[in-house]
Design a protein around this ligand. Structure first.
Ligand SMILES: Cc1ncc(CN)c(N)n1
Length: 213
């Protein structure tokens, strides 16, 4: 069977992709054994990822060539701004992380790097570049979340983070992202490849940072 554009790029990044989806953070999260301090460290940084991620979704809304796709991105941005952001706030409360605690933590290098990458992709106003980063961010998370053993951990902080990345709405969205990428990506292959590779590296660095600090 012919390899799709997405599959080709994922294969090129296979080692980092596998290291990220099988990362210690993922294993401990899925087992429900991750230390609260590590989970809090991750969530503080990832809440900041969300801000630039919405900019990236805005870039997708602005640059896509189809009304149907614009609606899809709009619905997804609504979910991220609603359910996903609510999850962060409930998780911070459960972990005892106040707003002042969060404000005192500087951006990690991977957080700054990812924010810059997402803003750069959005600023290209090129749909393939935006899709490259979205396909990594959402495809890689679906990959690890799908592998989480069931039943999920009892603690909602762990279970909901997995469910947010493995549910029918999210799976449909990732399938849509792949179709769109395979449709328009090859027209700007070099640019799409560069953003894709950089995003995979940053995903791995983002997870590495949680335990290295
Ligand atoms: C770093 C990162 N990458 C991807 C996702 C999934 N939206 C996330 N929450 N954080």
């Amino acid at each position: 069977m012919t390899e799709t554009f997405f599959e080709c790029l994922r294969r090129e990044c296979a080692a980092d992709w596998a290291d990220a989806t099988g990362h210690r953070f993922v294993r401990e999260l899925c087992a429900g054994s991750i230390a609260d301090a590590a989970m809090a460290r991750y969530l503080v940084q990832d809440h900041r990822f969300l801000d630039a991620f919405l900019t990236l979704l805005g870039g997708a809304i602005a640059s896509t060539d189809r009304f149907e796709s614009r609606l899809r991105f709009g619905r997804f941005a609504g979910m991220v701004s609603g359910d996903e952001n609510d999850y962060f706030l409930r998780a911070f409360a459960a972990l005892g992380v106040s707003e002042a605690d969060r404000a005192a933590v500087p951006d990690s290098a991977p957080t700054s790097g990812f924010q810059a990458l997402m803003r750069e992709a959005a600023a290209t106003r090129a749909y393939p570049a935006v899709l490259a980063v979205l396909n990594v961010a959402e495809g890689l998370y679906l990959d690890w979340a799908m592998q989480a053993p069931r039943p999920l951990p009892e603690n909602f902080v762990h279970a909901e983070w997995i469910t947010l990345h493995d549910n029918p709405f999210f799976c449909d969205f990732v399938a849509f992202l792949r179709n769109e990428f395979n449709r328009v990506g090859p027209q700007a292959a070099d640019q799409a490849r560069e953003f894709f590779h950089r995003a995979v590296k940053l995903e791995l660095e983002f997870f590495n940072e949680i335990h290295d600090t």
